[in-house]
Design a protein around this ligand. Structure first.
Ligand SMILES: Cc1cc2nc3c(=O)[nH]c(=O)nc-3n(C[C@H](O)[C@H](O)[C@H](O)COP(=O)(O)OP(=O)(O)OC[C@H]3O[C@@H](n4cnc5c(N)ncnc54)[C@H](O)[C@@H]3O)c2cc1C
Length: 598
C-alpha cells in the first residue's frame, strides 16, 4: 500500500482540510505531512519585485512560524507522534521530489500521490507547475515511480466555485461586488466544514526522517531580511527589536499563529465576549481587540476556513437568539468581499498586479487603455509614508502600528492607501508591496484587490474614492487616543483642531509633506494658507533637479523608478515577465473580449 504525501501551504490546520482528509481516505490513513518555507516567499533574500522590500518581514514570518509549530504539535498529539517534515530556505519543487525518491530507494516507502490545495495567483501556481515538471522529469528518467498530483480546491472560500450560480460563476461574474453578492446570496449554498481525519484511522510513518528542525522564531527563517531591521535605527520613534504584535505593548491584538489560537480567537469574539453582536457598530474602530473580528491573519494562513466561521456564526445565532441582529450578517458580508477578490483573481489572473489594474481589462487593452494615471516618482515621499513621518497624524499612527506589529485596522488601511495614491500620487503597487511585506494577514487577492480599489484602478470605477485623512481623524479618533498611542511626539496633545500645524507646537513631529487635499480635489485656494511643506509635493521630474542642486551630484533613481516609467507599454504589468504569463494575460483578455461581444 502506498503513502499519501500532504503538502501543506496556506492551509495550516487539520480541520476542514480536504487534501488531508482525501489523502487519508485514499491511502488508508498512511500520511506523510510536509511543509516547506519557500525561500522565494519567506527567506533571507526574498524581496518584492518593484520596491525590493523584504517579501515577508518579522511580524508575518513570526506568525507563520507559530502556525507551523502549532500544526506540528497537533499532528504529533492527535496522530500518535506523526512528524511534520519541515524544510527551511528551500523550494517545494526540489524538496518534495527528492524526499519521495529517497523514501522509495532508501526506506522502501512508496509515495503514490501528493495532495495539496490549489492556489490562485501566479507565483503560487508557478510552484505547482514546477513541482509537476520536476516529478515528471524524475519519472521519465526512471528515478521515480509514477506519482499522482492531487490538486484540490479546499475551503479557502466561503462559497465553493462549483456552487456559484451561473450568472456569478468565475467565468461569468459581474465586475461589481454588489451585483455579484446579490446573485450568490440568492443562488448559492455554503458547504459544511469537513471533519478532521479520525485519529484511529491514521497511521504515521513508523520511522523518523531527517529534515530541518522546526523554527522557533522568525529570525531562523528570514535572518535580518526584514523592514524592521532596515528601519529600526532610522526612525525617531520606538520600533522594538522583536517586531511582533504580542511583544509591542501598544498592540491592538496579541496575535499568535496557528489553528489552536485561531479557534480561541473565534470562540472569544463570539461566545466568549459577545463582541460579535456589536460588530456593525464597532467595525471602524482603531484601538483594542474587540472592534473587529481579527480573523483575517488566521484566514490568510488557513488556520481557520470561511466555512468554519460561517458555521460558528449560524450556531451563535441559534444559541444566542437574544443577541441575533444585523452584526453576524455584516461579518458574512465582509467574508463575501474576500471571496469576491479571490474569484476575481481566478478570473482575471495577473491583471490583479497590473499598474493600470483590472480597469485595463474592462476597457479592453492592457497596453493603452485604463486610467492614464502617471504616478509620481518620489523615494523621499514613499519613505516618509512607510516610516510614519508624513506629518498627517492619522496616516503616521497607522503606518507605525503596521511596522511595529504587522497589523492595521480596515479604517487605517483605507486611509493610508488613499493617502499614498491620491495625496502623494505614488504607484499603488509600491503600497501593496509594503503591505505584503508587513501585514500578518497578507493575502495576495485581498491585498492587491483592495489596493486597486483604493487607487481607482479596480473593477468598480465608482469605488475611486479619496479619503480626507484630516476629516477621517476627526470622525474616527476625535479625542486622539489612537494617534497619541503611536505618536510619542504628540503624547501631550489635547487639541487636534489644527492638525496641519502640530509641528509648530511639537517640533519633533514632522511638518506635512504635501498640501492637504480636501475631499478628493486639490484645493488650490488652500495653497497660500498651507503650512510650509517638509518635502514639497512636486510634479515628477522636478524632484530630480532639486536633488541635483542640493547634493551637487546627479540624482540616480532606484531601479524601480526607472523601470516604472518606461513609456506607454507597462513592462512591469506582468508579475514575473515570463512568456507563459504573458500568454495567460492574453488568453484572459481574449476570453473577456469574446464574452463582451456575446
Ligand atoms: C489597502 C488594503 C489592503 C488590504 N489587504 C488585506 C490583506 O492583505 N488581507 C486581508 O485579509 N485583508 C486585507 N484588507 C481588507 C481588510 O482591511 C481586512 O480584511 C480587515 O481589516 C481584517 O480585519 P478583521 O479580520 O478584524 O476584519 P473584519 O472587519 O472583522 O471582517 C471579517 C473578515 O472579512 C474579511 N474582510 C473584511 N474586509 C475585507 C475587505 N475589504 N476585503 C477582503 N476581505 C475583507 C476578512 O477576511 C476579515 O477577517 C485590505 C484592505 C485595504 C483597504
Amino acid at each position: 500500500m502506498s503513502w499519501g504525501l500532504v503538502w501543506f501551504r496556506n492551509d495550516l490546520r487539520v480541520r476542514d482540510h480536504e487534501a488531508l482528509l482525501t489523502a487519508c481516505l485514499e491511502h488508508a490513513g498512511r500520511i506523510i505531512p510536509v511543509y516547506v518555507f519557500d525561500k522565494r516567499q519567506v527567506g533571507p533574500h526574498a524581496r518584492t519585485r518593484l520596491g525590493q522590500f523584504s517579501k515577508c518581514s518579522t511580524p508575518r514570518a513570526q506568525f507563520l512560524v507559530e502556525a507551523v509549530q502549532d500544526l506540528a504539535n497537533t499532528l504529533r498529539t492527535h496522530y500518535r507522534g506523526m512528524q511534520l517534515l519541515v524544510y527551511k530556505n528551500a523550494l517545494p519543487e526540489n524538496v518534495i521530489p527528492k524526499l519521495i525518491a529517497e523514501l522509495s530507494t532508501e526506506k522502501q516507502v512508496h509515495v503514490g500521490a501528493v495532495y495539496y490545495h490549489r492556489e490562485v495567483c501566479s507565483e503560487e501556481r508557478a510552484v505547482e507547475d514546477a513541482l509537476r515538471a520536476a516529478l515528471c522529469a524524475l519519472n521519465q528518467r526512471g528515478e521515480l515511480p509514477a506519482v499522482t498530483l492531487r490538486a484540490l480546491d479546499g475551503s479557502s472560500t466561503l462559497y465553493h466555485a462549483d456552487d456559484l450560480p451561473s450568472g456569478a460563476s468565475v467565468g461569468n461574474m459581474p465586475p461589481v461586488f454588489t451585483s455579484w453578492r446579490k446573485l450568490v446570496e440568492k443562488g448559492a449554498r455554503i458547504r459544511a466544514p469537513l471533519p478532521m481525519p479520525d485519529p484511529a484511522k491514521v497511521q504515521p510513518l513508523p520511522l523518523s526522517l531527517g529534515c530541518d528542525p522546526i523554527p522557533t522564531c522568525a529570525r531562523e527563517v528570514i535572518g535580518d531580511n526584514c523592514e524592521q531591521a532596515r528601519l529600526r535605527h532610522r526612525v525617531p520613534w520606538t520600533l522594538p527589536d522583536d517586531a511582533t504584535s504580542r511583544v509591542d505593548p501598544r498592540h491592538a491584538c496579541p496575535f499568535r499563529g496557528g489553528e489552536s489560537a485561531a479557534q480561541e480567537r473565534v470562540q472569544a469574539y463570539t461566545f466568549g465576549t459577545d463582541a460579535i453582536a456589536r460588530y456593525k457598530a464597532t467595525r471602524n474602530g482603531l484601538l483594542g481587540t474587540e472592534y473587529s473580528t481579527k480573523w483575517s491573519p488566521y484566514l490568510a494562513l488557513g488556520n481557520v476556513t470561511p466555512r468554519q466561521l460561517y458555521a460558528v456564526l449560524r450556531r451563535y445565532e441559534t444559541e444566542r437568539p437574544e443577541k441575533k441582529g444585523i452584526s453576524t450578517y455584516w461579518v458574512l458580508f465582509e467574508l463575501e468581499w474576500r471571496d469576491f477578490f479571490r474569484f476575481t483573481a481566478m478570473r482575471y489572473g495577473n491583471a490583479l498586479f497590473w499598474r493600470r489594474g483590472l480597469q485595463a481589462v474592462l476597457r479592453g487593452d492592457p497596453q493603452v487603455a485604463g486610467r492614464s494615471k502617471t504616478w509620481r516618482q518620489d523615494a523621499v515621499l514613499l519613505d516618509r509614508w512607510q516610516t510614519g513621518m508624513t506629518g498627517f497624524p492619522l496616516v503616521d499612527a497607522n503606518q507605525r502600528e503596521l511596522l511595529a506589529t504587522g497589523w492595521m485596522s480596515n479604517r487605517g488601511r483605507q486611509n493610508v492607501a488613499s493617502f499614498l495614491t491620491k495625496d502623494l500620487e505614488i504607484d499603488w503597487r509600491l503600497g501593496a508591496e509594503w503591505f505584503e511585506s508587513l501585514l500578518l494577514d497578507y493575502d495576495a487577492c485581498s491585498n492587491y484587490g483592495n489596493w486597486q480599489y483604493a487607487a481607482g484602478v479596480g473593477l468598480d470605477p465608482r469605488a475611486d474614492r479619496h479619503f480626507d485623512v484630516i476629516r477621517q481623524a476627526r470622525m474616527y479618533d476625535p479625542e486622539g487616543h489612537y494617534m497619541r498611542r503611536w505618536l510619542p511626539e504628540l503624547e501631550s496633545c489635547t487639541d487636534w483642531s489644527q492638525v496641519l500645524h502640530l509641528h509648530e507646537h511639537y517640533p519633533e513631529y514632522p511638518a506635512p509633506v504635501v498640501r492637504h487635499l480636501h475631499g478628493g480635489r486639490k484645493n488650490l485656494d488652500d495653497a497660500a494658507n498651507a503650512p510650509k511643506c517638509a518635502v514639497r509635493g512636486t510634479k515628477s521630474g522636478s524632484r530630480g533637479r532639486r536633488q541635483t542642486k542640493q547634493t551637487g551630484k546627479p540624482h540616480r533613481e532606484p531601479g524601480w523608478m526607472r523601470q516604472a516609467h518606461t513609456g506607454a507599454v507597462d513592462i512591469l504589468d506582468n508579475r514575473d515577465g515570463s512568456a507563459a504569463l504573458e500568454q495567460n494575460r492574453q488568453t484572459v483578455l481574449d476570453a473577456y473580449l469574446r464574452s463582451q461581444k456575446r
